[in-house]
Write a protein that binds this ligand. Sequence first.
Ligand code: ES4
Ligand code: ZN
Length: 339
Amino acid sequence: SKIHSFLQQLPKCEHHVHLEGCLTPELMFSLAARNGVTLPDPDTRPEFSSAEALYERYEHFTSLDDFLSYYFIGMSVLKQKDDYEALAWEYFQKAHADGVHHAEVFFDPQEHINRGVPYETVVMGFKAGCQRAEREYGMTTKLILCFVKHLPASDASKVFDLAWERGDFELGGALHGIGASSSEVGPPKDMFKEIYATAHSKGVQRTAHAGEEGDPSYIIAALDAYKSQRIDHGIRLIDSPSLMERVVQEEILLTVCPVSNIKLRCFDHISQVPIRMFLDAGVKFSINSDDPAYFGGFILHNYCAVQEAFGLSVTEWRTIALNSIQGSWVEQDRKLEME
Ligand code: ES4
Ligand code: ZN
């Protein structure tokens, strides 16, 4: 349709996609076979009997933690540098087809390290995928190291120190920032406070998942304890008008993932995602895919779902696209090129 092609052509930036969340059941089964990784037994877990059965199960996530239990099993098939490169490359091909010009992508090194995959293997593989996208598509890419809240903060510290000592956060290094993700309600809201303070003092860019399932106090913790420059999700801002005002004043970018919010039951329908409210209040946000292989669609699917529910004007779409360019962690020249 006409609007679909307008949204496809609009130069888009993606700020919230987990590379491990791009692992399709097809690639999962093929890597499991190749690497000799045992997935759950189909006799006791029938959803692991085929790609079709997994897709069917993905239609019925009950919560963030229910989804995460599949996400962390899925990524256990990743072993070799080539696996990481192939996964990233699959994502970039889809993103390019959807009209993404610049992508900032998350990955969870702690999980891979705990399974015995060296940090270097993970980063080198993902980086090779990024470089191929830059070479073949002229896309710009940034890798964001994500800490996971269900594992000890001391593990996260070790990964940060290792990355820092390798020079990965330096200009021209593999990494461009840090994030925090996985379970929200449960772990302490400020569990990575020391790491974020160190990152801040070293000039490392900072974002954090907050206000997805958790109340606005999680967003306050990300802003105050982490000095986070962006908030990933942030949808529970709808419960605190004063905090929403602060986010507007401080020009914090929210990376919103509408389809993810429906699949993980944060809202019943896309029309309840506060797109209209954020536009009217002047909250800056980008629209993103989160875990596209698990939620049934990449970034353009999210743009189209928002259009179907809200019927935004061309001007409003240009504002969203412009805010997402300006909120990107990329050089000024590149921003001007995309505008
Ligand atoms: C995630 Cl949707 C979501 N929320 C929090 N952490 C995550 N990791 C991967 N997807
Ligand atoms: Zn996420």
